[in-house]
Write a protein that binds this ligand. Structure first.
Ligand code: TXA
Ligand code: MG
Length: 323
């Protein structure tokens, strides 16, 4: 009989220790999860360009939905290599980066951020954190780091390394400790990808501060509720129709399999039936099959277990009647 394994708790090391940061950067580049402090809250970090690493963020958080994630970079130049700079974005960067501000920008051609990170959207959310230690880590990692708050879904955002250990200690490779977060509230999210700036999530940088730089800023949310981007009309949906729980293939359809049920599938989310691998490939696969001449994408049944629930939630919304 195998002995039940005790879940291991990740080591907690000071973010000011260059060796600890070097180890964290190495783990991130290897696709592992690392929790790190920012001035707002602790982040659950993964390589934003590695779809499998990002899928592990969702698995670790037990997230019910694939919301788009913020990618963290060490400076504005790195941000504008990923998202399209506009004059407004440049002014805002000069005024508030580094700091508790996230900009949603149009994805540049060739942007390496994984489609799962941006939930299939043509935009990317970018932030240069105020914490110098966090920026040093990002510079060392050498790639954008996707990081939602380091708590399980539906729980309070962690502002100390001890909170992170309680929430996710058995699910991350390393926790970097930078003491209590000075802001304690998630960053302000402003969308600069459209004709007019829109405030998607209020935060430490106030609307008044944004308007001093940008002029009028529309409110996308009432009060301090967090906009659920999965519910926004702009959320990615393929041009082709989507047919769920498909076991046959009809004329004009592309077939997206799960668990190798058919020999003639165009793509398989996971031949071995692994929901984490399937999550990693979901948005890229839908994009791939969404070609001219394809009437519908037929998708094999995906079991609800683990990330299957989030995959099915996204597929149901992709299949819902369009307005
Ligand atoms: O303070 C923070 O921002 C923390 C720390 C760790 O940096 N991070 C954080 O990340 O809160 P996350 O990934 O949980 O924040 C995601 C927010 C969502 O509210 C979502 O609406 C918005 O960013 N977002 C991300 N990408 C977006 C996009 N392409 N379009 C619209 N909104 C987006
Ligand atoms: Mg959160």
């Amino acid at each position: 009989m195998p002995v039940p394994s005790t879940p291991e708790t990740a080591p907690i090391r000071p973010v000011d220790d260059p060796q600890a940061r070097a180890e964290a950067a190495r783990l991130l580049r290897a696709g592992r999860l690392v929790a790190f402090p920012t001035e707002t809250v602790y982040g659950l970090g993964a390589d934003a360009t590695d779809e499998n690493a990002v899928a592990r963020i969702f698995a670790a958080k037990d997230r019910p939905r694939f919301n788009p994630l913020i990618s963290h970079v060490p400076d504005a130049m790195s941000a504008f290599a990923l998202g399209e700079a506009t004059p407004a974005a440049e002014r805002l960067a000069a005024a508030h980066w580094p700091g508790p501000l996230t900009m949603v920008l149009r994805r540049r051609t060739g942007c390496p951020i994984a489609w799962l990170t941006s939930a299939g959207l043509e935009t990317v959310a970018l932030r240069v954190p105020g914490s110098a230690a966090a920026r040093a880590l990002l510079a060392e990692a050498g790639r954008p780091i996707a990081a939602p708050s380091a708590n399980r879904s539906g729980r309070v955002s962690p502002t100390t390394a001890a909170h992170v250990a309680e929430e996710l200690g058995d699910r991350v490779a390393l926790i970097l400790d930078g003491g209590p977060c000075p802001v304690g509230l998630e960053s302000t999210v402003v969308d600069l990808s459209g004709a007019r700036p829109r405030l998607l999530r209020p935060g430490a940088v106030t609307r008044e501060q944004l308007e001093a730089v940008l002029g009028p800023v529309e409110l996308a949310v009432a009060g301090d509720a967090i906009a659920a981007p999965g519910m926004l009309a702009s959320h990615y949906a393929p041009q082709a129709a989507v047919r769920l729980n498909a076991t046959d293939r009809r004329p004009g359809e592309a077939f997206l399999d799960f668990g190798a049920t058919r020999g003639d599938a165009d793509l398989d989310l996971s031949r071995s039936g692994d929901p984490v691998e399937a999550a990693a490939r979901l948005f890229a696969s839908l994009r791939d099959l969404d070609r001219p001449g394809i009437a519908a994408i037929a998708v094999a049944p995906v079991p609800e277990a683990g990330l299957g629930a989030a995959i099915n939630d996204r597929l149901r919304r992709a299949a819902a009647p369009r307005g």
